[in-house]
Write a protein that binds this ligand. Structure first.
Ligand SMILES: [Fe+2]
Ligand SMILES: [Fe+2]
Length: 238
């Protein structure tokens, strides 16, 4: 299979995101958690399927995701040890890495829907990792890490499609389209929530800078009018 091409339009944004070593560390540790959760979901999917070949594939996939989790964690911690700044920033929101099956209830899904979702999710992850690899020339170790993990993601992308076509040859295309629509809807929800978050932050800031200052000025003026020191009750009333 041809290597997954990076998303060229997003290269400048991703270059900026991965430039800062602190953010690199935070993102790698965050990816580690997502990969570990994805591995657990795949083990659950393996338990639920009655198809022996698919069970083996899911278990092999789960092992890969667990390995990715340890690799991301090790590199993230190494970057932390080098004393990088840890404070989260706005750019942390971008570059989600592999989403795994975090948006899916494995127990409730039909096997076709699950395989279609895994395929699209792995394809998106492969594209993301190819983009990260391209912009990480300033950090060859992290770049090599993404290169190694990318190969696995491409193989996950292939096996899930092959299994979908084996298990549901006549309905695989429909399953893929349904999974695509679900992903678009969820992306829209994530975007809407992110936007609501930004709007509420802006409104709070405006409130802070526009509504509060007049009260602060009024309080200062009133404090200036008051005489210093102790006053009799009569003086206070007048
Ligand atoms: Fe992975
Ligand atoms: Fe994967």
């Amino acid at each position: 299979m041809a290597a997954t091409p990076p998303n060229r339009l997003l290269l400048p944004l991703y270059w900026l995101i991965w430039l800062n070593a602190g953010r690199r560390s935070r993102k790698l540790l965050q990816f580690s958690e997502v990969e570990a959760n994805g591995g657990k979901d795949l083990i659950r999917a393996a338990e639920l399927t009655g198809d022996a070949r698919l069970r083996q594939r899911f278990l092999a996939h789960a092992r890969d995701e667990e390995r990715h989790a340890s690799m991301f964690r090790a590199r993230g911690l190494t970057l932390l040890e080098h004393g990088v700044r840890q404070r989260p920033a706005f750019l942390d929101r971008f570059g989600s890495g592999e989403r795994g099956l975090d948006e899916l209830r494995v127990d409730e899904e039909e096997i076709e829907a699950l395989l279609a979702f895994v395929h699209l999710s792995e394809r998106a992850a492969a594209r993301e990792f190819a983009t990260y690899r391209t912009v990480l020339s300033h950090d060859p170790q992290t770049q090599a890490l993404f290169q190694r993990i990318l190969r696995d993601e491409e193989s996950h992308m292939s096996y899930s499609l092959a299994e979908l076509e084996r298990i549901a040859p006549s309905t695989s295309r429909r399953a893929l389209w349904k999974a695509r629509l679900r992903r678009v809807w969820r992306s829209y929800l994530r975007l809407a929530m992110g936007l609501a978050d930004v709007i509420s932050t802006v409104l709070l800031l405006l409130q802070y800078f526009i509504l509060i200052p007049p009260f602060a000025v009024a309080a200062k003026l009133s404090a200036r009018r008051d005489k210093r020191g102790w006053q009799s009750r009569h003086e206070v009333r007048s």
